[in-house]
Design a protein around this ligand. Structure first.
Ligand SMILES: Cc1cc2nc3c(=O)[nH]c(=O)nc-3n(C[C@H](O)[C@H](O)[C@H](O)COP(=O)(O)OP(=O)(O)OC[C@H]3O[C@@H](n4cnc5c(N)ncnc54)[C@H](O)[C@@H]3O)c2cc1C
Length: 453
């Protein structure tokens, strides 16, 4: 039986259960559909995807296969491809976002679609409380996730040979611009994983919050497009855990594993509570009276708020399409709590600009910061960006890198130059707003009162 392997967020050959299921049935046509729904993604994100498709095509060709590219609405494209290729089935990795689920339900109504689990370690329907309801608190979820064990998780090797019927027409692979900081593809993802496991994982917990250090894996864009599978990353974390030479190493490897579980936690939150895509997880915080000042939003996007650490994070995002996690928390908190701008505006801007922009992790991160989410920081906890900056970029290196106007300032002055009356040409004299904790708390309180009345 010939089948189509419909590739979406799994641009890899190693540990790909959907590909394996298709191969077990017979010859396979690897197909990627350029869905008009993806056309809103940023040019940088498209470049990353397109480069990943080129890499996948190369990997397929070394195994006797090739990638078929088609454009259009998936249902119609797949129906045509099935007829043309006289194929009998479509195998694809199950994707848990609301958009993907609706799309797949529609396709499955008319076509022989088989959804294969592979995007997460545990399916969102399998890590549940005793009463069958989903977890909404990370620590309990992580405990249940770990208790399920990983024994059954044997990684599938990349197939040596893939038989594909010759001559199936497809479009040209789209052109792309190379991003030297994040070259796309499975081979690159595996090299980066190896490199991270070799050493940095064992100092992860110590360094992960330092914005001036390369303390994290920077694997998120590869995980987003499945150039690396989450199961592979978890398996690597587990391996590092077993190979740890002392307790310090063990603690650090476990800290990285926990972050991977956060990823899976947010995937299941979006799966079980799709309303979070549009509104607050907690109904009591759905109607915060935001200020939504457009010019302040522009200043935030451009990295000219006058708060150096916020501007550094926002410029890192604009320039390379990635931002350090601590900087994401600081910039998001500044937008929501200090500028009182709707977290959904920030969520959309991040989604548009991040190479790793992921509906579940991004929404989870924003709702956590805004205090509206499942396991969120309490809404009355408001980050002080200057204290954060002093603590997690102690010498100001991260700021100097992304805000070159401030390069000459020393570590004492760089976090809050306005407090010392220091003026720097080309940089705002003072922050665009004076921080006002009471104003923030009032807005959140009003939302809560509205729900009670
Ligand atoms: C406001 C906000 C928005 C975010 N948006 C995204 C997003 O769109 N896509 C995204 O992948 N992550 C997002 N994150 C989570 C986190 O910032 C990134 O996953 C992380 O910075 C990626 O860097 P890394 O690969 O070096 O991570 P590492 O620290 O090396 O962690 C390894 C992997 O674990 C996962 N992970 C780590 N932290 C988290 C987390 N808090 N939530 C979910 N998964 C996590 C990621 O897949 C990451 O690649 C967001 C966080 C915040 C606060």
């Amino acid at each position: 039986m010939t089948s189509i392997w419909w590739i979406r967020r799994d641009l890899r050959l190693t540990d790909n259960p959907a590909l394996h299921a298709a191969l077990a049935a017979g010859p396979v046509i690897p197909a990627f559909i350029l869905d008009p729904a993806f056309s809103r993604a940023s040019p940088r994100c498209k470049d990353f995807l397109y480069e990943g498709l080129h890499a996948l095509d190369r990997d397929l060709r070394t195994r006797g296969s090739y990638l078929v590219i088609r454009s259009g609405k998936p249902g119609a494209v797949l129906a045509q491809l099935l007829t043309e290729a006289k194929a009998d089935a479509i195998f694809t990795e199950e994707d848990f976002t609301p958009y993907a689920r609706t799309r797949d339900q529609e396709v499955a109504r008319n076509l022989p679609l088989q959804l294969i689990h592979g995007q997460t370690v545990h399916h969102p329907n399998t890590v549940l409380k005793k009463d069958g309801r989903p977890y909404t608190v990370f620590t309990s979820y992580a405990m249940a996730w770990k208790a399920k064990g990983l024994r059954g998780m044997n990684l599938l090797p990349a197939p040596q040979k893939i038989i594909t019927p010759p001559g199936i027409p497809g479009g040209m692979l789209p052109k792309y611009r190379v991003n030297p900081l994040f070259p796309a593809g499975e081979a690159e993802a595996l090299v980066r994983l190896e490199e991270f496991l070799h050493r940095r994982i064992y100092t992860y917990a110590e360094h992960r919050d330092r914005m001036d250090l390369d303390g994290t894996s920077a694997l998120s864009p590869y995980l987003r497009f499945g150039m690396l599978g989450l199961r592979q990353a978890v398996s690597a974390a587990r391996q590092a855990f077993f190979e740890a030479r002392n307790e310090f190493h063990t603690r650090n490897a476990e800290a990285w594993l926990n972050e991977l579980i956060w990823r899976e936690f947010y995937i299941q939150i979006l799966y079980h509570f799709p309303h979070v895509r549009k509104t607050a997880f907690h109904p009591s915080l759905a109607n915060i009276p935001w200020r939504n000042d457009e010019s302040e939003f522009e200043a935030w996007k451009e990295g000219r708020t006058g708060v150096p650490i916020v501007d550094a994070g926002m410029r890192q995002l604009r320039e390379i399409g990635w931002m350090h996690n601590r900087a994401r928390m600081i910039t998001a908190s500044y937008l929501v709590k200090d500028l009182l701008i709707d977290w959904r505006w920030g969520e959309a801007w991040f989604m548009e600009n991040l190479l790793d922009g992921d509906p579940a992790a991004n929404n989870g991160g924003w709702q956590w910061t805004a205090g509206t989410g499942t396991d969120a920081a309490p809404y009355f906890r408001i980050f002080n960006p200057v204290l954060q900056s002093t603590k997690f970029d102690p010498n100001g290196e991260y700021i100097r890198k992304w805000v070159p106007e401030l390069r000459e300032l020393d570590a004492k002055d760089i976090h809050a130059p306005w407090e010392k009356g220091i003026r720097v040409k080309g940089y705002p004299e003072k922050p665009i707003v004076e921080r006002n904790k009471d104003r923030t708390l009032r807005a959140y309180q009003l939302a809560k009162e509205e729900i009670r009345t």
